[in-house]
Design a protein around this ligand. Structure first.
Ligand code: SAM
Ligand code: SF4
Ligand code: F3S
Length: 471
């Protein structure tokens, strides 16, 4: 892909601002105060996209509500990674027939990864006729123009053409209040793991320029954000498409020089592209949290090959051992799939044995879900769901015991934590995160929210640590 075809020209972004102005003036002319309900599903990348969409809506004059029935515009920002995620969205679309019946002027938009799937766009076209606007991640930056077309023409608008994808800089954003922020450093995925829909809906890998990422992180640190996560489907291949001999470790090292009191995290990392240089850079840094999310998916070499993951169990364990050796106390998390087509019980148990061998602090566990259009969806899948569920339950048991054991080892120790809000435990009302991103429930005053403090860990369970602030 030609690099100069990737960046959306600044004049194009400016042209979009023109449509934003038209929409704002349209509402001002009616003396209306429009309200939007933005509902985001899926991964942090989608959350970051949702914040950009909210930024555009805010510039159009919208304020926000969580209640679709109270909204002039509803935007479902969807995920296609598993069937369940799609079913939830179709369920929500069904409910919106009622809100639209009560308020025929309501505009309903469907965007995100599901919207990029031809199968979904066609189903919405035919069977969900109350949806006014459908656009995929490739068209996100054109949202003002597409929405203006809906308001002007009163016709349904679909913008779901398949593309390699682009990068749009300078889009407005509404960030979460507090201390956490997300920064997309790249978009798309080239890996085509055989079970995964993401490369089909998010296009090819494209990296933002280092100076654009650095400027955004600097701005966030200056604005007081203290827990910043760099996002990409595989951040370890950051820079490959830039052709300037600059990789993810180089980016981390430069970000680390930004002055301030903050943590940098990143996700996700693909083991096939994780390097010793990356772990050495993390170990030498001041701000990069000693936490690694390194999805392994399966502990069996045959299944890994069938998944097109391009590493072996032994290579994965080597990486983990190296990372642990240069960063003692490193907190590890991962993603795992149970029940890939053709996986046997013995192979699934190898995944569980790897979980035990590594000792992850937490796991994101999934039962395989066939995604139409992917290679794995064509494979024979003879094992019944009930059998996969048994393996999955066993995996959870093993992991929960590991999490509880690793958490118990914190008791009696002092941890530096970032207090980020309040929770639902009356006795420990504050919530905080350790450098390793473990949840800590705390006693203390709300004035601590947004600050780093030292905490004595007094108790723990599978899900959280409990502690008292040290004065
Ligand atoms: N790019 C990241 C990576 O490679 O680790 C994350 C991709 S995906 C958004 C998040 C996780 O969903 C994957 O790591 C995988 O475990 C899981 N996943 C993806 N496709 C799946 C499928 N068809 N069925 C079940 N789980 C799936
Ligand atoms: Fe999906 Fe694999 Fe790409 Fe991750 S690396 S998004 S699992 S294809
Ligand atoms: Fe993320 Fe789901 Fe898309 S996990 S990239 S929102 S398919």
């Amino acid at each position: 892909m030609e690099r100069n075809n990737v960046l959306i020209a600044p004049e194009e972004i400016e042209r979009q601002r023109g449509f934003t102005d038209k929409i704002r003036q349209m509402f001002a002319g009616r003396n209306a105060h429009p309200v939007a309900c933005v509902d985001t599903f899926g991964c942090q990348q989608n959350v970051a996209d949702g914040q950009r969409l909210q930024g555009m809506l805010s510039e159009m004059g919208f304020t926000f509500t969580d209640r679709p029935e109270a909204a002039d515009l509803v935007l479902l920002n969807t995920c296609a990674v598993r069937e369940h995620a799609e079913q939830r969205v179709f369920g929500n679309l069904g409910i919106l027939t009622h809100t639209k019946r009560d308020n025929p002027e309501q505009v309903i938009c469907l965007c995100g990864c599901m919207a990029q799937e031809e199968r979904v766009a066609n189903r919405v076209k035919d069977s969900y006729r109350h949806v006014d606007l459908v656009f995929g991640p490739h068209a996100l930056w054109k949202f003002p123009e597409l929405l203006w077309q809906v308001y002007e023409s009163h016709k349904r608008v679909f913008s779901v053409a398949d593309e390699h994808g682009s990068i749009a800089e300078g889009l407005p954003v509404v960030r979460e209040k507090g201390v956490k922020a997300w920064v997309s450093i790249m978009y798309g995925c080239n890996n085509f793991c055989t079970y995964c829909i993401v490369p089909y809906v998010r296009g090819r890998e494209r990296s933002r320029l280092p100076e654009a990422v650095l400027a955004e992180v600097r701005e966030l640190v200056e604005a007081g954000y203290k827990d910043i996560t760099l996002l990409g489907q595989n951040v370890n291949s950051y820079g490959n498409d830039l052709g300037i001999g600059y990789d993810f470790a180089d980016l981390l090292a430069e970000i680390d020089k930004i002055p301030g009191d903050y943590w940098i995290r990143f996700m996700s990392s693909h083991p096939k592209d994780a390097t010793k240089k990356l772990f050495d850079t993390m170990a030498a840094s001041r701000h990069v949290a000693r936490q690694l999310h390194l999805p392994f998916q399966s502990g069996n070499d045959r299944v890994l090959q069938a998944m097109n993951r391009r590493y072996t169990r032994a290579q994965y364990l080597d990486l983990i051992n190296y990372a642990k050796s240069v960063m003692p106390g490193l907190v590890l998390t991962s993603d795992v799939i149970i029940g890939f087509p053709g996986e046997t019980e013995t192979e699934a148990m190898e995944t569980i044995s790897l979980v035990d061998e590594v000792g992850f602090d937490a796991l994101f566990t999934f039962i395989y879900s066939p995604r139409p259009g992917t290679k794995a969806a064509e494979l024979p899948d003879p094992v019944p769901r009930s059998e996969k569920q048994k393996w999955f339950d066993h995996l959870l048991e093993v992991q929960n015991a590991n999490s509880a054991r690793l958490h118990a080892a914190y008791v009696g120790k002092t941890q530096r934590v970032l207090v980020d809000g309040t929770g639902d435990d009356e006795n420990f009302p504050l919530t905080a995160r350790t450098e390793g991103n473990r949840l800590v429930r705390l006693r203390g005053d709300e004035s601590l929210i947004g600050t780093f403090c030292n905490v004595k860990i007094t108790d723990s369970n599978t899900w959280a640590l409990y502690g008292e602030v040290e004065i």
